[in-house]
Design a protein around this ligand. Sequence first.
Ligand code: SF4
Length: 347
Amino acid sequence: MPKSSDLLEWYDHNARTMPWRVGPQERQAGVTPDPYRIWMSEIMLQQTTVAAVKDYFERFTARWATVSDLAAAEDADVMAEWAGLGYYARARNLLKCARVVADELDGVFPGTVEELLKLPGVGPYTAGAVASIAFDHPATVVDGNVERVMARLFDVHTPLPAAKPELTDLAAALTPDVRPGDYAQAVMDLGATICTPRNPACGICPWRQPCRARLAGTAADLPKKTPKKPKPIRHGVAYIARRVDGAFLLERRPDSGLLGGMLGWPGSDWVEVDAPAHEAPIRAEWKTLNTEARHTFTHFHLRLKVCTALVPMDRKPSVGEFVDADTFDPGNLPTAMRKAFDLYSGA
Ligand code: SF4
């Protein structure tokens, strides 16, 4: 049976450094993690990698050092700072949650899974991760890394996602009462650095002795996954109108739905037919670029036709509003919209 103490000993020497993490030596010296920073990192890490999140995390926490600072922020500033990180519902929930904690809980994050689950945008994984990492409670935390490690340690061949309950039970059974916060991070680190999807480094793994997949020679084939259906392709049209004074016509998308609350180019709906119905947001001589902007979301690939025009000062748009050239920052656009702008800029 794998021992948590073996993994913790490995973690003491091999923990990854992350801007939100309190390392094992600091923890042993009595430093406790800031629940605000742990919560923010976990929200940012949903569906995203550590490498992609680091800069965003540094910027957010430099600008809004406490949950009360974030709660008092303008929605548009937070959405703009989030631009490019994707899954924009997370940014809206981040704000909602900060406001609940600041206004209703005196700025203090709750420490139990049950209480954390009541906060906006906090699901079972995030609640478990915050309870465990920030408050050192023995919660079970199962991400993709942990699933892979468990499937291999116990040589589980049931494909994901059907295997999830079994892998969660196995992870729960291994979670110790001693240093549970360090342990949760240690399994994730093991999955990210040693027990990697391809070519696991079994020779230097602290769990190589008890690992059943290593003994059976099946590690590289695990975890098994049910094949995914291919993603559909959706088509859309984006209109980039520039006024003669350099201002761009932008529209804030509705709060609900994809890219909700973000600024973007006016355009058609995104649909699975090649020629979506669309109407220009302003009267102009529109030209269509030869290349489409392409972006992949979780559930579909997007092909965005880009129409561009130069419009006179006195023309009024039917949707959106002009943003002055010195205020417009393409970095504040969500990635799909920024790709359309990049095509326009290079055209
Ligand atoms: S021995 Fe290999 S397969 Fe098993 S947990 Fe360690 S790295 Fe993963």
